[in-house]
Design a protein around this ligand. Structure first.
Ligand SMILES: NC(=O)c1ccc[n+]([C@@H]2O[C@H](COP(=O)([O-])OP(=O)(O)OC[C@H]3O[C@@H](n4cnc5c(N)ncnc54)[C@H](O)[C@@H]3O)[C@@H](O)[C@H]2O)c1
Length: 246
């Protein structure tokens, strides 16, 4: 397959669970895929660039380095998942500072990356951005899947991922006239060797009766980045085994 042949596409947080699959799918489709990650050193020949998405200076440097080498950025996936060490506390126990910090890390980083990047894309008059949200940016959690476990769904995630979805619509409206598309992909829960009871309860609820895998998510992202999606902008594709259909 080569629907992304030669396209320069950046994935933030590409060393993580879903990011690795996104990068592989991009490469399989012929893209020049670049992992913009806090945990790597610069090595653009190998598709690696150090980037802290929460830091405007770092993001600026990353974008400039890529432009210096490739002259264009065709696509960008906001996938990184910075979060505080206390992420995952029950609602009553979340310190205000923790809530604020996570909004800053996870939502404001999307603002930082897109503001810098869209200057480049506007000058090019083309580009496609995919923001990775979550089912919990659209629906409330079914807390029964956590029964009998010490897991929960962090409250700030709803505000952050809901914000990402509607911010994407704002950007789609603003940058549509410049030939730039901005969409979201919202994954359901991804299997990562979680607590067995949680997995069983999750799988019982989801219509396709299994948790998602990273490779379920990445083809939707490649599609939205490709010209096959050239008339799609401002949308949010749920890749969730039907979780949000019921
Ligand atoms: N895993 C799931 O079940 C699931 C479900 C729905 C949505 N999502 C979303 O998918 C995306 C990826 O999630 P994941 O499960 O692969 O997470 P992950 O924790 O496995 O990977 C996240 C990556 O982001 C990198 N990162 C963290 N802070 C960074 C920073 N400041 N700058 C650059 N990179 C940074 C990490 O080093 C890591 O490689 C996230 O946006 C997450 O909200 C995940």
């Amino acid at each position: 397959m080569s629907k992304l042949k030669g396209k320069v596409i950046v994935v933030t947080g590409g060393s993580g669970l879903i990011g690795k699959s996104i990068l592989k799918n991009l490469l399989d489709n012929g893209a020049i895929a670049i992992n913009a990650e806090i945990n790597v050193e610069d090595n653009l020949e190998e598709g690696l660039i150090h980037c802290d998405v929460t830091n405007k200076v770092s993001v600026n440097k990353c974008i400039n380095t890529i432009i210096n080498k490739y002259k264009v950025i065709d696509g960008w996936v906001n996938n990184a998942y910075p979060r505080t060490a206390d992420w995952g506390k029950k609602f009553e126990e979340i310190p205000l500072e923790s809530w604020k910090k996570n909004v800053d890390l996870q939502l404001n980083s999307v603002f930082i990356c897109t503001q810098e990047l869209l200057l480049v894309m506007k000058a090019q008059q083309f580009g496609s951005i995919v923001n990775v949200s979550s089912i919990y940016g659209t629906v409330g959690p079914d807390f029964s899947v956590y029964d009998g476990t010490n897991m929960t769904m962090p409250a700030a995630y709803s505000a952050i991922k809901g914000g990402v979805v509607n911010f994407s619509r704002y950007l789609a409206a603003y940058y549509g006239p410049f030939g730039i598309r901005i969409n979201c992909v919202s994954p359901g829960g991804i299997f990562d060797n979680q607590n067995e009871l949680f997995v069983a309860q999750y799988e019982k609820k989801v219509p396709l009766r299994r948790m998602g895998l990273p490779d379920d998510i990445s083809p939707a992202i490649s599609f939205l980045l490709s010209d096959d999606a050239k008339y799609i902008t401002g949308q949010n594709i749920m890749v969730d085994g039907g979780w949000t259909a019921i």
